[in-house]
Design a protein around this ligand. Structure first.
Ligand SMILES: NC(=O)c1ccc[n+]([C@@H]2O[C@H](COP(=O)([O-])OP(=O)(O)OC[C@H]3O[C@@H](n4cnc5c(N)ncnc54)[C@H](O)[C@@H]3O)[C@@H](O)[C@H]2O)c1
Length: 430
């Protein structure tokens, strides 16, 4: 079903491997459309073009190859960097966009439908460019460097990580004293997770779900597994579409929050019996397993929007099934031994990217503005210790201010008296 072109080398150390370069014109149109909705990145681009703060940087990026990522890549290039890019999920690459990037002179190695072997071939090709800074989404690039390509550490100054699961992996590496270079947790910037994880994942997961199924959401029992930043967004959007939303959690505080936000909370063993739709979004593994699947109603639909395809135990589903067939793109029907049918979307991979286009450009504008400014920060900062760092508050505030400016909103500023008041402890009841 899937194919890719051969590796093409275009003089001067520039090479790429994408599905089909003939798709480049279509890709350019998609990138133009994304750019219209990314005013923060465009403001940064104007400065980068003048100041060239990334001159001399070689950026090794493992990001979902979407139209928004292409806008980011153009800005990094405008700042003077050389960029090598691979996808951060085998099913998330938009082939038109990859083709357009190849034509723009970006070293891009990505096509939709990579096998696991091909996926890591692409990751390794990026590392062959000897990056000075890495940009990752899920930490596969970073873990490959630490486990198999340690020679790459010689040139690397620092890196950034885009998503919750990647940051969790990095913090585990830091704890185990395995981390060999400094990394900035872009995910943990307020202007990232409050908007991208919540509103971006919320909307795009519904988008991916509907493109794959086209079923009615109103009146359905919609089970959201995990009430973190992404889960909150998804639960609210599903409610907005008229679904009865049920939340499953393992964290008592989040469970309580879901209840007070107006959702039903119950364990998966109970939710399994009544859900029509199940979406995992936890960053954990084995959230939906065999013991849940056998309880599910005939026709239940399962999807995942968490980073890796381990949240729904697919080997369990395969084991319970007597046959399976693909009914339409990203929709597989499993016939179970108990006579019921279950439906799995996008092979259990990120449904919003595999079956739709990922997050809307407006939220990626802020996430990727953090990426661009953090790369600039790493270029300007003297060697940092190998630790996981938060995005500097100044960058977070800059991104928010640029976004407000772009939508024409001004806000109040603290008076001198207010600044003094909130910094003092002497004043109390008057
Ligand atoms: N689809 C996308 O485009 C996209 C975008 C951003 C983040 N993500 C990914 O989504 C996942 C969640 O991210 P987040 O920012 O919401 O993380 P988060 O840490 O804010 O929330 C995860 C929640 O899942 C809960 N959880 C863990 N195990 C569970 C289980 N077995 N059953 C029920 N709940 C469980 C946790 O208690 C937590 O409340 C991560 O893998 C992240 O990388 C995906």
């Amino acid at each position: 079903m899937y194919s890719s072109s051969v590796l093409e080398t275009v003089g001067n150390n520039m090479e790429f491997k994408v599905k089909d370069t003939a798709l480049a014109d279509q890709g350019n149109l998609l990138i133009d459309w994304a750019s219209v909705h990314m005013p923060v990145l465009n403001q940064i681009k104007q400065r980068f073009e003048k100041e060239k703060p990334l001159k001399g940087a070689v950026l090794g990026a493992c990001l979902h190859v979407t139209k928004e990522t292409a806008v980011l890549v153009q800005i990094l290039k405008a700042g003077g960097a050389k960029v090598a890019l691979c996808g951060s999920n085998p099913l998330s690459t938009q082939d038109e966009v990859a083709a357009a990037l190849a034509k723009m002179g970006i070293n891009v190695y990505a096509w939709r439908g990579e096998t696991a072997e091909e996926y890591y071939w692409c990751v390794n090709k990026v590392l062959d460019h000897k990056p000075t800074i890495t940009l990752d989404d899920g930490a596969d690039l970073i873990s490959t460097i630490h486990a198999k390509r340690t020679e790459a550490l010689k040139t690397i100054k620092g890196g950034t990580e885009e998503t919750t699961t990647g940051v969790v992996r990095l913090r585990a590496m830091e704890k185990a004293k395995a981390l060999k270079y400094p990394l900035i947790a872009v995910n943990d910037a307020y202007t990232k997770f409050l908007f991208d994880n919540r509103y971006g994942t919320g909307q795009s997961t519904i988008d991916g779900f509907l493109r794959a199924t086209s079923v009615l959401l109103a009146g359905k029992n919609f089970v959201v597994c995990g009430y973190g930043w992404c889960g909150r967004g998804l639960a609210n959007r599903a409610r907005g579409m008229g679904a009865h939303v049920i939340v499953t959690e393992v964290d008592p505080v989040k469970a309580l929050e879901a209840i007070m936000d107006g959702f039903k909370v119950m364990p998966m063993s109970e939710a399994a019996k009544i859900g029509d739709i199940f979406v995992t979004i936890t960053g954990n593994s084995g959230v939906i397993r065999k013991e849940h699947m056998i309880k599910m109603k005939n026709g239940a639909i399962l999807a995942n929007s968490g980073h890796f395809n381990v949240e729904i135990n697919i080997p369990d589903l395969e084991g319970l099934a007597t046959s399976k067939r693909t009914l339409r793109p990203n929709l597989e029907e499993y016939s179970l031994k108990n006579g019921r049918k279950l439906y799995l979307l996008a092979e259990g991979r990120l449904v919003n990217l595999a079956s739709a286009e990922g997050h809307p450009s407006e939220v990626m504008d802020m996430s990727f503005a953090n990426q661009a400014l953090c790369v600039e920060y790493l270029m300007k900062t003297r060697r940092l210790k190998p630790k996981v760092y938060n995005v500097p508050k100044k960058i977070d505030d800059t991104v928010a201010s640029l976004k407000l400016k772009s939508i024409g909103v001004t806000i109040d500023v603290l008076t001198a008296e207010q600044k003094k008041y909130i910094a003092s402890w002497e004043e109390g009841t008057v």
